[in-house]
Ligand binder design. Sequence first.
Ligand SMILES: [Zn+2]
Length: 136
Amino acid sequence: MGHSIKKTPKLYALLTGKCPHCRRGEIFTGSIYGFNVQRTNYKCAHCGQRFEIEPGYFYAAMYVSYAMNMVEMISMGFATYYLSNGRLDFDSLWLYVGVIFLGSLFLSPLNYRYSRIILLHLLSPKIKYNANFDKP
Ligand SMILES: [Zn+2]
């Protein structure tokens, strides 16, 4: 019995954008709201797992992104309703449009990142976690 290396929890890897195969390497370059536009790495620098496993693979992430955006817009709509004490008259239309538009703009880097993370971690049967790569 040798000493075992501490394994990376799936939830941690998912939230921090780590590679689904080794849970060590970064899926993205840069930080989510950094000055540089974030990009998806071609492959994992730690284990060599390709992220876009076939051409056009990330189109599937668009559907995840749509779903996230839908939930966010509905939430922002409800939040605006409550924070404006239930205003629903015609004049407050632009308030809703403005909040939802700016909110969606602000959340788009988050949607970009998490739609791809969800696709790679939860919706890609071809990519499996391999504990043998989950070490420094
Ligand atoms: Zn990896």
